[in-house]
Design a protein around this ligand. Structure first.
Ligand code: SAJ
Length: 406
């Protein structure tokens, strides 16, 4: 057993757990905290509660070596990492930082001179300063005696363990000494470059990265709508436009999902509604794209009925929020499936998602069976399993994500 705990992580989710396991793998004792007893028990049993390649081994080793221990309550450490969710307030797109506030409140009595407090959670601009003010309002004797910084994560789900080590990081303290202290902390386990700035810039940087991707995808999605009307193959168009040395258009799809890109831009628009015109419009376009896909499927069903005098069978290919993962959270494909099935008449539907075995609401059909039986095949996600499919000439294909083009 290690008598001195060095790091206390608050939040053991998609980022908190891999980060804790990575730090522990460097023989730095980590005390991980989560509000869920099930999560805590799972981790202490050497198992994990999320799907992420290689995380199981890293986490299990960290637990068996004794460097990672999970609990529902924090204990005194030298460094506190806040890695809790920042959802929306109910009913609107305003960020809710109450989890960050609650996590901070939980460690307030434990804070002591020279401690380092870092927020990693995606946060609206000014959150770190607000937490600084909150901490010092309750513990005024610590003013100027602890270090406070913001350092967002940038890892791509599915490649978390590699990216945690190799991605560059942006680190912004509330003052220069805090920045330096946080840089020294991450330097122990990050191989990417550590870029120094202030807390507000670091907060905005995270929001900017994901908004930038959202805006670029919206551009591609807008082109797909224009091309559909103009009778142009958008995939060919983008491929050709990208031959220009300074053009790099992303790929259109059935919308933008996940818990980052479809969420973070609202952290900017909520606070700067007048200024964030393009960012706000991009969100609208990417949301609209999913609605448009659902309409397109419904129209195709109607046209089929009129032409063939019978109801068609329909295959909806993919439910995940992006290719080759099993994560269905905030997935445009789920939204499309719901919309289409809501108004289903007598059509028979085959729902396909090769990355999951079953779903609480939908019966999942095997790829080949669905393709063989369906009259209309709508590709919602460009999974690898769909790319090599040989599809009969008699089928109607709605390829929203370019599965047959990329
Ligand atoms: N998508 C498209 N067209 C594209 C690329 C993506 O429609 O050309 C769609 C995907 O299908 C998906 C959505 O966008 O629905 C988001 O997928 P993604 O792979 O772009 O990103 P995420 O949400 O998995 O992870 C992002 C990453 N951010 C950036 O690339 C700027 C990741 O680095 C962040 O760490 C993560 O958000 C996060 O946690 O914020």
């Amino acid at each position: 057993m290690h008598n001195k705990i060095k790091v206390c992580t608050l939040g053991l989710g998609y980022i908190g757990l891999p980060t804790s396991a990575l730090i522990a793998s460097h023989q730095i004792p980590v005390h991980g905290v989560d509000i869920s007893q099930t999560v805590v028990d799972t981790i202490n049993a050497g198992k994990i509660h999320i799907v992420e390649p290689d995380l199981d081994k890293t986490a299990a080793n960290a637990v068996t070596s004794g460097f990672l221990k999970a609990s529902t309550a924090p204990i005194a450490a030298d460094t506190y990492l806040i890695v809790v969710p920042t959802p929306f307030k109910s009913g609107n797109h305003e960020p809710d930082i109450s989890y960050i506030q609650a996590a901070t409140e939980a460690i307030l009595p434990l804070l002591k001179e020279n401690d380092l407090y870092i927020i990693e959670s995606t946060s609206p601009v000014g959150t770190t300063e607000r937490m600084r003010d909150f901490i010092f309002s309750k513990r005024p004797e610590l003013k100027g005696k602890i270090y406070i910084a913001y350092c967002p994560e940038r890892v791509l789900p599915g490649n978390v363990i590699y990216e945690l080590v190799h991605n560059d990081r942006v680190i912004g303290g509330i003052d220069e000494v805090s920045t330096k202290k946080a840089v020294a902390f991450y330097g122990q386990f990050v191989k990417g470059e550590l870029h120094q700035t202030n807390a507000r810039t670091a907060e905005m940087c995270k929001l900017t990265e994901n908004s930038s991707r959202d805006v670029q995808i919206a551009f591609a999605n807008e082109l797909s709508l224009i091309c559909d009307k103009a009778g142009i193959d958008v995939w060919e168009l983008i491929r050709l436009a990208n031959k220009h040395p300074r053009v790099n258009i992303l790929q259109p799809g059935s919308g933008v999902g996940g818990h980052c890109i479809a969420v973070d831009p609202y952290f900017i628009t909520a606070e700067f509604p007048m200024e964030s015109q393009i960012i706000g419009k991009a969100r609208e376009i990417n949301n609209y794209k999913a609605f448009w896909c659902a309409q397109k499927i419904k129209n195709t069903i109607q046209e089929f009925e009129l032409k063939h005098n019978r109801v068609p069978t329909v295959a909806l290919m993919g439910l995940a929020f992006k290719p080759n993962i099993d994560d269905l959270r905030q997935s445009p494909a789920i939204y499309i499936a719901q919309k289409v099935l809501q108004e289903a008449n007598d059509e028979t539907y085959f729902i396909v998602e090769p990355n999951i075995d079953n779903h609480p609401y939908y019966k999942v059909t095997a790829v080949e069976e669905a393709v063989a039986k369906a009259d209309i095949i709508a590709f919602l996600v460009a999974h690898n399993e769909f790319k090599q499919l040989v599809i009969g000439e008699d089928k109607i294909i709605l390829d929203f994500c370019g599965v047959k083009k990329q």
